[in-house]
Design a protein around this ligand. Structure first.
Ligand code: ADP
Length: 489
């Protein structure tokens, strides 16, 4: 797929158990709606009921005041008859579905709009309370009534002459509130259903970009690394996609390096084979080849075979050093002994070029190292210092330590490395001068291996070089491997 191309196509849905953001969001929205509707269903009828009852009380209070005045002016408490009062009581009774009682100061009921209690003594608590402390308004929600009791007092003396007691039935109010409750419940159900559908759509829309990202990532995981993640417009998904894009780029780089490495390996392995084929072919094509020529060509073939063997050995060493597989064998080891042994082994090679090889040990250095691997790395450095040196040159190896690190320095007076190529010499198969390196039996893997080994020790390798003057490699490794591991993480 071309760069920037957008992936399309659907994948089969896979159902997984476990918490889901969509489920949680949906449940939260539904819960929120239920809470709001529940509170409304409780509060609205209550508020409406109170408002209606209050309205009813206010209205009847004015009527009762008029009736009370007429009771006084008609002298009803003594005469017990008045057509005006009767009409008013009937009017109030019918209009407000209420029972009206006129009671004298001895609590005897003089007039009852229901007639049944006339002549009896009232024992109603509201009436007794009114007699003692004035107007009583008592709402009894169980009975669905409001009891209203007012004193009838003599305007001039203030003497309590009787009580006007009204029981207002609230059936119509209760019925209205009941209907309100029913219709609210019905509407709540409708709102809940519509809200549920809306919540479902909201959660689908909210999760959609995440699902799209997941689909794109899984398509990339199954397909090609060249595929691009589609551009998204959401900040939240961008936060997920950005690291994925970085990861993709890293994977691409790794893939590129891998392909480059494979092609380098193939090339390196093919070169000796091609030389051997040329040598063998030329022997086969000639007739009556003298035995000396056979011998010479065969010895060239053996040299190429040795070279092939060397490359394969280096490659195997490198594969084993691969960080994920390397099993390091750390032990306390005397580095002075190790470096001395390396120089002893390489002295004959140095002698071929008349290169002076010296060791400067500043102190005894004991470090926790994988001796065979570190020895191989340092050998590579000293070998290079000899290989890329001039006739009669010098190689100075020095060993030092502080309380935490060991320092090994390999300095030569050789050809040096041009500044622009210094960063590349640690790369696999990189050689500054291919012909010269091949001539001296180099594979281009020596420094890559040395760098891997040193980093497996938690150490560092640095290079200082000036073309035509010489090169110095410095190696720094921690004395204790465990301490190094802890400080790293
Ligand atoms: P090779 O097997 O070719 O020596 P290395 O990985 O050991 O491979 O080194 C890589 C390249 O770095 C060499 O080919 C050489 O060009 C350069 N190089 C390494 N060491 C030195 C040195 N001491 N002086 C000059 N050039 C060096």
């Amino acid at each position: 797929m071309e760069e920037g191309a957008v992936i399309t196509g659907k994948k089969k849905k896979k159902w997984r158990l476990g918490p889901s953001i969509r489920g949680m969001l949906f449940a939260l929205l539904i819960l929120f709606m239920c809470a709001i509707l529940g509170i409304l269903n409780l509060l609205v009828p209550e508020i409406a009921m109170n408002a209606l009852v209050e309205l009813r009380q206010d209205k009847i209070a004015a009527q009762i005041q008029v009736l009370r005045n007429h009771v006084l002016s008609e002298n009803y408490l003594t005469t017990g008859t008045s057509s005006l009062i009767d009409t008013e009581i009937d009017f109030i009774g019918v209009l407000y579905e209420s029972r009206v009682e006129i009671i004298d100061q001895n609590l005897r009921i003089i007039r009852d709009s229901y007639v049944v209690d006339e002549g009896k003594v009232s024992v109603t608590p509201s009436v007794i309370k009114c007699m003692q402390s004035g107007t009583v308004i008592d709402y009894d929600d169980e009975a669905g009534t409001v009891e209203y009791a007012v004193q009838i007092t003599d305007d001039s003396s203030g003497e309590i002459l009787g009580i006007l007691f009204v029981v207002i039935r609230l059936d119509d109010v209760i019925q209205t509130i009941g209907e309100l409750k029913e219709s609210m419940q019905l509407w709540s159900l409708i709102i809940l259903l519509l809200g549920g559908a809306a919540a479902f759509l909201i959660t689908v829309a909210a999760i959609h970009p995440l699902k799209k990202t997941a689909e794109s990532v899984s398509l990339i995981a199954e397909g090609s690394l060249d595929d691009e993640l589609p551009e998204q417009t959401f900040k939240e998904t961008e936060a997920i996609e950005e690291p994925i894009r970085k990861l993709l780029n890293r994977l691409r780089q790794l893939e590129e390096t891998r392909q480059e490495f494979v092609s380098n390996v193939s090339h390196e392995l093919k070169t000796p084979i091609a030389s051997m084929k040329v040598l063998a072919d030329s022997l086969l094509l000639q007739e009556d080849v003298p035995p000396e020529l056979y011998r010479e060509f065969l010895s060239d073939i053996v040299t190429e075979l040795d070279r092939e063997n060397e490359i394969v050995t280096d490659l195997l060493t490198m594969v084993k050093l691969d960080r994920n597989h390397a099993v390091m064998n750390f032990e306390q080891y005397n580095l002075n002994d190790m470096v001395e042994a390396i120089l002893k082994r390489l002295r004959p090679i140095a002698a071929q070029k008349n290169v002076e090889l010296t060791l400067e040990s500043f102190r005894p250095v004991i470090a926790e190292v994988d001796e065979s691997r570190l020895s191989m790395a340092i050998t590579n450095l000293v070998e290079n210092a000899i290989k890329y040196n001039v006739i009669d040159g010098r190689v100075r190896v020095s060993l030092n330590a502080d309380h935490r690190h060991a320092y090994i320095k390999v300095a030569d007076t050789g050809i040096g490395i041009p500044e622009e190529k210094q960063a590349m010499v640690f790369e696999r198969f990189y050689r500054v001068d291919k012909a010269r390196s091949r001539e001296s039996g180099g594979t281009g893997l020596g420094l890559a291996i040395a760098k891997d080994v040193i980093s497996l020790h938690g150490g560092e390798i640095r290079l200082y070089s000036r073309e035509g003057e010489g090169t110095t490699f410095t190696v720094q490794i921690p004395l204790a491997h465990a301490a190094q591991e802890k400080s790293q993480g």
